[in-house]
Design a protein around this ligand. Structure first.
Ligand code: PLP
Length: 452
């Protein structure tokens, strides 16, 4: 029998963990959390962990923000739930759409709500299929994404996601095409300049479109900075090089801003950091500062116009979720956006130089191959040999060991492939950021000394 306070055994007995390396938790036990304090989370034993990943990239305002909590409480008291079907919708949902239209990087946006980023990507794909069919192009169903992309876990969004997350399920579905990941450091060929690498990727895109037929392609999806692929900013000039190719063929460009949206890269939207305007934005996570599960498809003027005409023609878009546009989620999102515009975005900009300096300092370590990042998302890539960029044998799972050592020292950070990823809450103080890098630096020394 399990003792009532044996949280590790209780957690393992009746709950499945997603995305969890089971040998690693078999060895070290689970962490069961009870509450949060600013950027810290506190477990059942009273241990405090500085969460360098903002939960899952989403808790940008930390874990106990009083205004977000009060907003949720007030909305629960006034109108605790409603849908957005059959021509009915909560007033708060209408207000959030107006605010999203105001902050979107294009005029005349129109919003469709979901409960998650995965569902928002699925919804976008269904919208593209729906509108291409309504416009007389039912064959336009293929979806272009990139290697290492992460767009979610539902059947369609998993098909858009790069390896290794989908192959165990027999995915991707047919018609989901993955282009080369724009990671110059890893994907660049010997002697190839970054400019030549970028040009090669644009040429590859042109070839894929020619091979597949532009009229069979429904849309192109990209994270402005790839997140779960290991924080990979695109190579220099990447979007400037590929967007004209997509535009020339009339292929809609969708920015998956589930991580990058609402300030993470130092602008309100990641696409702004890279100087482009997409045809639609996929949002979630920081949209509600992680205080409510919610996603949104935000269509720019052309797609919203085409979508509205397609819906008029067919008289209904037969899609939506019970909790689409949930009024509590919408109230929280309105407050979260107010907080981002009212100071959190400035905090990102203020903290970024300290963040980059911390990453750059740790990248001097003999077993760190590169640091990369944009705004407050960054990664350190562990290598066996720095000069040749040779990775560690994957069975050693060096990044897992580093993350586990960090956890032992009260820091939560995320191993992704051979990288350690950091994505701190925007409310971190300078001292907390220094604590984060001190603890991570100590863990790097400890783990690499053990491997030498
Ligand atoms: N898109 C991106 C860029 C993501 O990072 C994620 C989740 O990490 C998703 C989509 C999927 O979102 P969710 O986990 O809410 O389904």
């Amino acid at each position: 029998t399990v003792l009532p306070d044996d949280w590790d055994a209780r957690a393992k007995r009746h709950s499945f963990f997603g995305f969890t390396d089971l040998p690693s938790i078999a060895e070290r036990g689970t962490v069961v959390l009870t509450r949060g304090e600013g950027p810290y989370v506190i477990d059942t034993e009273g241990r405090r962990y500085l969460d360098a990943n903002s939960g899952l990239w989403n808790m940008i305002a930390g874990f106990d923000h009083p205004e977000l909590i009060a907003t949720a409480q007030a909305q629960y008291a006034r109108f605790p739930g409603y849908h957005a079907f059959f021509g009915r919708m909560a007033d708060t949902t209408v207000e959030l759409s107006e605010t999203l239209a105001e902050v979107a990087p294009f005029e005349d946006a129109k919003v469709f709500y979901t409960n998650s980023g995965s569902e928002a990507n699925d919804t976008m794909v269904k919208m593209l299929w729906f509108l291409h069919a309504a416009e007389g192009r039912p064959q336009a169903r293929k979806i272009l994404t990139r290697g290492n992309a992460y767009h979610g876990v539902t059947v369609v969004s998993a098909s858009m996601t790069g390896k290794p997350y989908n192959s165990v399920f027999g995915l991707p579905l047919p018609g989901f095409i993955h282009l080369t990941c724009p990671h110059f450091w890893r994907e660049g060929r010997d002697g190839e300049s970054e400019a030549a690498f970028t040009a090669r990727l644009a040429a590859e895109l042109e070839e894929v479109i020619a091979r597949e037929g532009a009229d069979t392609i429904a849309g192109f999806f990209a994270e402005p900075v790839q997140g779960a692929g290991g924080v990979i900013p695109p190579s220099e000039g990447y979007f400037d090089a590929i967007l004209p190719v997509l535009r020339a063929h009339g292929i809609p460009v969708i920015a998956d801003e589930v991580i990058t949206g609402f300030g993470r890269t130092g602008e309100l939207w990641g696409c702004e950091s890279y100087g482009f305007v997409p045809d639609a934005i996929i949002s979630s996570k920081a949209l509600t500062a992680g205080f409510f599960p919610m996603g949104a498809v935000i269509l720019g003027p052309e797609l919203s116009d085409r979508m509205s005409r397609a819906v008029d023609a067919i008289e209904e878009f037969p899609h939506g979720f019970t909790a689409s546009g949930h009024p509590v989620g919408c109230a929280i999102a309105l407050k979260a956006i107010e907080l981002v515009r009212g100071g959190l975005l400035d905090d990102v900009r203020r903290l970024t130089p300290r963040f980059e300096a911390g990453l750059a300092k740790l990248a001097a370590h003999p077993h760190i191959g590169e640091w990369r990042g944009r705004g407050l998302m960054g990664a350190l890539e562990a290598v066996k040999d720095k000069a040749t960029k040779t990775p560690w044998d994957s069975h050693l799972s060096v990044s897992e060991r580093i993350a586990n050592t960090c956890t032992d020292h009260g820091l939560i950070c995320r191993p992704l492939g051979q990288s350690i990823v950091l994505c701190p809450p925007f409310i971190m103080t300078d001292a907390q950021m220094d604590e984060m890098f001190d603890k991570l630096g100590g863990a790097l020394d400890e783990v690499f000394a053990g491997l030498a």
